[in-house]
Design a protein around this ligand. Structure first.
Ligand SMILES: [Zn+2]
Length: 275
């Protein structure tokens, strides 16, 4: 009887066990084991209590860095690059905004299809630009409804509601519900991981951060992006920034000169773009 129970329990959890554990889970298990070991050493072997503090500080730092660096896949698995070496994908966040129309003109002229991770409230304010995205063959993704500074402090239920609201705003215009989501600020945490899972969406990160929101010098910005291209790259840009519109033609031409072909991020990653 016991064996039967054991086999059933193992097979019941097999799928969970077979999934690679997130670094967050592994770090937390390691933290608890080390904490128990240090507690034991403190109470029974006279070890200094400072080691417990050191461990806590290291663990807290890890939690914060894991939230900030989307590439770590710490709390949630994001697609940050592709294995297809000949391809690169352009992604634009925070629109539709003041530069979206001009950026669309450049993409049309150059024959490039990109991804736009949109903010729901901007979608409602500029339905004409969302229609253009869709009609001109670009991917429309979800980048939250409000993109507020408090986004990451919300409960998982609130986050899921916000993502849903942004999906509905896009669907009302294009007739398609986005499945791809880019976390605001690239910040992830356990609540966001649950919300993304609940909505059966996929998180799309990047491996080439352009820093176009703070860049001043157009040629420096172009060089920084080009120098980081290795193939299979996901490039993070913003269609709210004049400098991004300014560099786009040269960026596309020179990326092609390096031998890369542009692909839409969902096609490069073999993911479904819409539900
Ligand atoms: Zn953003």
């Amino acid at each position: 009887m016991f064996h039967y129970w054991l086999v059933a329990a193992i097979f019941g959890h097999y799928k969970e066990i077979a999934k690679p554990l997130r670094p967050y889970t592994i770090s937390s298990i390691a933290f608890i084991i080390l904490l128990l070991a240090l507690d034991f050493a403190y109470f029974f072997a006279g070890m200094s209590g400072w080691w417990i503090l050191v461990l806590a500080i290291v663990y807290i730092h890890l939690l914060v860095l894991g939230a900030v660096f989307i590439e770590w896949n710490f709390y949630l698995r994001s697609y940050n690059k592709s294995g297809k070496q000949g391809l690169v994908a352009l992604t634009f966040d925070d629109g539709p905004g003041q530069e979206t129309a001009a950026i669309l003109d450049v993409l049309k002229e150059q024959g490039v299809q990109a991804a736009f991770f949109s903010i729901g409230k901007n979608v409602i304010a500029h339905p004409d630009l969302v229609k253009r995205w869709h009609n001109e063959g670009h991917l429309v993704g979800n980048h939250s409804y409000a993109h507020g500074f408090n986004f990451d402090w919300q409960s998982s239920r609130k986050m899921a509601e916000e993502l849903q609201q942004a999906n509905e705003a896009v669907c009302a215009i294009t007739g398609k519900t986005p499945k791809l989501f880019r976390p605001p600020y690239g910040v992830t945490n356990p609540n966001l991981a649950r919300a993304v899972k609940k909505l059966a969406m996929s998180s799309i990160g990047w491996n080439v951060r352009s820093f176009d929101t703070t860049a001043r010098d157009p040629s420096q910005l172009i060089e920084r992006i080009l120098n980081r291209l290795k193939g299979g790259d996901i490039i993070l840009l913003h269609d709210t920034m004049p400098i991004t519109r300014e560099i786009l033609t040269e960026l596309i031409v020179r990326t092609r000169q390096k031998g890369f072909t542009f692909a839409r991020v969902d096609q490069m990653l073999d993911l479904e773009a819409y539900a």
